[in-house]
Design a binder for this molecule. Structure first.
Ligand SMILES: Cc1cc2nc3c(=O)[nH]c(=O)nc-3n(C[C@H](O)[C@H](O)[C@H](O)COP(=O)(O)O)c2cc1C
Length: 169
């Protein structure tokens, strides 16, 4: 499959099969993260695969509505960027981590897995961060959802290339 086909095939899924993604497969997906472009090679990406106890802690501090959302996918991976406190480096490291996340999503799509990049508000609270052991200085970028696809979500409409590209003199 070409990269363009792979990118077009990736969708935000909100319904998943119940079977968790095996750890070996997860490691294969997450292995591509380190190939992301990264200024000064700081390798800021961090991925935490949520286990049952961590998930239970998170559900408890999120309340029933959030708990129900956390049950949508059988495999959840928290993606963060480890930052240094230097404003410019931090900005670049957040970008590098987002690029790493995108590679992981494409790797999942290539294997026929459904995925979802979600940014739950719970990770903007001290309790939510503590529940998953995110230290000070790490920025939460995504709670990635993975599993078997249950549906085939329709592609979201996007503006064509000529609306956002300019060839300068
Ligand atoms: C940084 C980021 C944060 C996102 N957070 C959420 C979220 O919290 N909830 C949600 O429903 N979708 C979230 N999304 C997914 C987008 O809503 C989704 O990509 C968009 O609707 C386009 O759909 P598609 O991914 O199927 O192409 C997020 C995407 C990105 C890149």
């Amino acid at each position: 499959m070409s990269l363009a086909d792979l990118a077009a095939r990736r969708r935000t899924h909100k319904a998943f099969g119940s079977e968790p993604v095996p750890p070996e497969t997860l490691l294969e997906l997450l292995d591509v993260a380190r190939l992301a472009p990264n200024h000064h090679l700081t390798q800021p990406w961090r991925f935490r695969v949520l286990g049952t106890e961590t998930l239970a802690r998170l559900k408890e501090c999120g309340g029933p509505a959030e708990a129900a959302k956390l049950e949508r996918a059988p495999t959840l991976v928290l993606a963060t960027a480890a930052l240094s406190g230097d404003l410019i480096q931090d900005e670049e490291d957040v970008c590098a981590t987002a690029a790493a996340i995108m590679l992981v999503l494409l790797a999942a799509t290539e294997r026929g897995l459904a995925s979802y990049w979600r940014t739950p508000g719970i990770f903007r609270t001290a309790r939510g961060r503590e529940a998953v052991g995110v230290p000070h200085g790490e920025r939460v970028l995504a709670l990635l959802h993975f599993g078997a696809p249950e549906r085939d979500p329709a592609p979201r409409e996007r503006a064509p290339v000529d609306t956002y590209v300019a060839f300068l003199d």
